[in-house]
Design a protein. Structure first.
Length: 177
């Protein structure tokens, strides 16, 4: 009986090196196909989040001016729209603390956000990819007219927010649906 068991164990073998290499090669091929699709999906999600965030900031600006009056105007910084110890004209508690950062750009979901204002009656929100081509492909902007626009021809990651006139320029930015 003992000799039979030893003979059976000698005949049983594990996987050969070739079989293991084939399995590893198949896994690498599947990864090579899946990873680019995953990265494209992530960029698309970041871009959708950027549009939603600009829409949120536009809605927050409308609430800000309705709450504090046209004499105060729109918030000229994201900090004024963000949370604070009390919700007032300096911290309206309308956006989250990630967007209401002190150092520009405020980074969220692969995009950096700027809020620029020339007067109390206007503002422009700009969203730019942190790394163009990796975290996103397009710059977005949304001035006080509430229309969100995207760049016609992708350029570079912006170092500052856009002026209202540049965002409204139909040769550079087009409204999105």
């Amino acid at each position: 009986m003992w000799a039979k068991k030893q003979l059976r164990m000698k005949n049983e073998h594990g996987f050969s090196l070739i079989e293991l290499l084939i399995v590893v090669a198949i896994i690498l091929i599947i990864a090579a196909i899946a990873i680019p699709n995953l990265l494209r999906s992530r960029m698309s999600a970041n871009q959708s989040a950027a549009v939603a965030t600009i829409r949120n900031i536009n809605n927050s600006q409308a609430a800000y001016i309705a709450e504090f009056g046209s004499a105060v105007g729109y918030a000229d910084t994201l900090v004024k729209l963000g949370p604070g110890p009390t919700c007032d004209v300096t911290h309206a508690c309308l956006i989250d603390n990630v967007l209401a950062c002190l150092a520009k750009p405020c980074i969220k979901s692969g995009y950096g956000y700027f809020l620029t204002s020339a007067t109390i009656g206007d503002y422009t929100t700009t969203a730019t990819p942190i790394i163009m081509g990796t975290s996103g492909l397009i710059n977005f902007c949304g001035p006080d007219d509430g229309v969100i626009r995207q760049e016609l021809t992708p350029t570079i990651t912006l170092a500052a927010g856009l002026a209202r006139t540049e965002c409204a320029d139909p040769a550079k930015y087009t409204p999105i649906q």
